[in-house]
Write a protein that binds this ligand. Structure first.
Ligand SMILES: C[S@@+](CC[C@H](N)C(=O)[O-])C[C@H]1O[C@@H](n2cnc3c(N)ncnc32)[C@H](O)[C@@H]1O
Length: 349
């Protein structure tokens, strides 16, 4: 690609915004996210079953209201909300108002009970669930230059990068509070480094737009629970060179903001949590969250194989799916940010 065809230099936030959501953007394509990667939703129907049980707990905590909201934020093609509706007891499903919130168009075959919206409903009593949304909210990337100064990373349409202006204002404040570039802590295996030569090249993704996006949807919850599930890190374990990456047709690729691939970066979920400042906040792994919702991954007893072989084979397959959803080094390491609004902690049971 010539420099001219590669276009102007832009910060990663603007570049990813148009590559993912602009006309012809990656998430506007007909195959949808499932055409390129598997989330927990596609890995197993057990995931939708667990979210259905979570909704039932929220329902009980709310005193079984006449109308119970279920909001699937960043719904993809509606796979999760369809699975949750199917897994709910009929009596709860009958009181549930289901909303899928998505930038992409409504799929033609979607269950008529699901409302398809561009923004969340303004007042929610129930459960707002966002699986793998925040990692796709575009952010700026900062990199430390040879003088030790964190600068915005600029990128062209062909993925070539250069450094721009020093990070300033609210973005600099966010970095200083949540992802200081320059101190490498023990969790990253290093010592505090001093001098520009020790920190040159360190990178961070500036999560401010994600904090704001999350706070704005949580603000719509009058009573109930808001849950964000994503690849995540916290202040104790920020990756020293960031996590910006691309996905195309099931494979990780270099992030190139031309609409040909997903562009994603792990989420500073502790910063998102603080943006809402709710007393009922928990940050836990998907492994622990799913265990609290009854997914253990235990294998069926071996004697079942001889007494009821068909049942044994089904139970074994289910155990395999549960193991994938809770795997160390895989989906089980995802973070669940769980924020209760006016109800007790429903995961504590
Ligand atoms: C990685 S996919 C996850 C889809 C689904 N939640 C799942 O887990 O399979 C991210 C989705 O977020 C949607 N999205 C991103 N920003 C959004 C926004 N502000 N409002 C609604 N949907 C959004 C994208 O269009 C895309 O379908």
């Amino acid at each position: 690609m010539t420099a001219e065809a590669a276009g102007e230099w832009r910060g990663w936030r603007a570049a990813a915004e148009s590559a993912l959501y602009g006309p012809g953007g990656f998430y506007r394509r007909p195959e949808g996210p499932a055409g390129h990667f598997r989330t927990s939703v596609h890995a197993s129907p057990l995931f939708a079953g667990a979210v259905a049980r979570l909704l039932c707990r929220v329902d009980e905590a709310l005193g079984r209201p006449a109308s119970l909201d279920l909001v699937d934020m960043a719904a993809g093609r509606g796979e999760l909300i369809t699975g949750v509706l199917a897994a709910l007891p009929a009596e709860v499903a009958a009181r549930t108002r289901a909303y899928a919130v998505e930038i992409a168009d409504r799929p033609h075959t979607l269950d008529h009970r699901i409302e398809w919206l561009r923004e969340p409903p303004p007042r929610i009593t129930g459960l707002l669930f966002a699986n793998e949304w925040l990692d796709n909210v575009p952010v700026e990337v900062a990199e430390v230059d040879s003088g030790g100064v964190p600068r915005l990373v600029l990128v062209r349409r062909d993925g070539v990068e250069r450094l721009g202006e020093p990070v300033a204002g609210a973005e600099a404040e966010w970095l200083a509070r949540w992802w200081p570039l320059g101190a490498v802590d023990g969790a990253q295996g290093g010592e505090a480094l001093e001098g520009p030569e020790g920190i040159e090249g360190l990178r961070a993704e500036i999560g401010l737009p994600r904090d704001e996006a999350w706070a704005s949807v949580v603000a719509a919850v009058d009573r109930g629970l808001a849950v964000a599930v994503d690849y995540a890190h916290t202040a104790r374990q920020r990756p020293p060179f960031g996590t910006l990456t691309g996905f195309r047709e099931g494979r990780e690729t270099a992030p190139v903001p031309d609409g040909s691939c997903d562009i994603t970066a792990h989420v500073a979920l502790d910063a998102c949590a603080a943006a809402c400042a709710l007393p009922g906040t928990r940050l836990l792994s998907q492994r622990d969250a799913l265990r609290a919702l009854g997914i253990t991954g235990e294998r069926p007893p071996l004697e079942l194989a001889s007494t009821r072989p068909a049942e044994y084979v089904r139970a074994l397959a289910t155990a395999g799916e549960a193991a994938e959803l809770t795997a160390t080094g895989g989906l089980g390491d995802f973070g669940w940010l769980v924020q209760s609004v006016g109800i007790p902690d429903v995961l504590a049971k």
